[in-house]
Design a protein around this ligand. Sequence first.
Ligand code: SF4
Length: 474
Amino acid sequence: MTAHAIFDADLLRRYDRPGPRYTSYPTAPHFTPAFGMEELLRHIAAGNASGRPLSLYVHVPFCESPCFYCGCNRVITRDTRRGEDYLEHVLREIDLMGEIISPQREVIQLHLGGGTPNFLSPESIARMVERLAARFRFSTRADRDFSIEIDPRSVDPADMHKLAAIGFNRASFGVQDFDPVVQEAVNRLQSVEETMAVMEAARAAGFRSLNIDLIYGLPKQNNAGFGRTLDTVIAARPDRLAIYSYAHLPALFKPQKHIHARDLPSSEEKLGLLALAIEKLEAAGYVNIGMDHFALPGDELARARDAGHLHRNFMGYTTHATTDLVGFGASAISHIGNSFSQNQRDLDDYLGAVASGKPALQRGLSLGADDVLRAEVIQQVMCQGEIDIRAVEREFHIDFASYFADDIARLAPLVADGLVEVDAMHIRATPRGRLLLRHVAMCFDVYLPAHAPAEFPARVDQGEERPVRFSSAI
Ligand code: SF4
């Protein structure tokens, strides 16, 4: 797949339609409470028998102050005792799951997300990781990924050394925009100096990969200010960058009611911000990994993409393909075998379930054969930008052209617009289609209602999709 994406403003404007980000297929709105513990245990038992390695995710829902653009499941508080109480419940949940998941299975990926994981002290995080290590078998391989999301506003740079000593080797820093006018409009005041100090400390502590998150389309954002932010971030040379589109959905996310629609950039201006980001990042040597993501050419994601080994899960793009993902904490999502399951999303419901000694399962889904096949096809689109038709036929024992006849027909307008090329062996996004991969994937999604498009916000937990109708995507 070519790394180069062609920015075509006219096409992007015409395809400014909402759609899922496909961190899972089917997406989270299709999870159901009918999926119960018995079903989950069946999938866990099959995973134990397979010996598949594990990815672990822990959700920490607390933040000290609300960023107005945020769509995460988080609780705003400065009371650190709430974090300590939460930790006790997570430890209990780790014990519960440790009894049903085989301790022989190797943990090759650990991610702490939020909310703000560094709301917990390094000592509390160390307790959590020690408990995980006691219940599961942590890999000792050099390429294991232990990552943590960091809010640079609320971490002491010296803590990065403590986190490295605990075992973390990747960190992701929320920035969004350094323009003070934008920061005030979104209630997130964060200096360049404090951010760079934390990044430098992480590098000195031995973190092998650093990521920065930016958002375009925020209130009061313009090319001049966002351009300065991009220059500052590029000068810091993070290994990876995620650049998300802000979706204004105040009916769904209450904090967004503080953002005035009149302060938002127009669709034209927003496209200009995206174009600026792509231009500056490519000029600085970053390559487009897939939707919203860029990396330096030597980064593992870039190499995995070139080798055709890139995958996508609830934590975004990853090099780890065949793991079962086990989520801990309120709202955490697990992907075990051919199932998705999600913990109680309400904090009190989560605490209550765990306190009573029960797993905190709220809802989930067992995938049918068609789901598994389409998940693979959509994964290929989102990660490689192309579908290897023969490989799909071999793996699933189907005739691709007849099985996907309706889906291929849905691709026709994209082919006519030069976004996709179809031949007997491949369905491939062209450089023009590289920024519209989700539109290619949507052609293979049988869950999408034909007449009721849904919008999906940028900053959500574990990539959880929560739709709302009739809103602009760019
Ligand atoms: S953006 Fe991050 S720090 Fe801000 S409220 Fe959302 S989860 Fe918390």
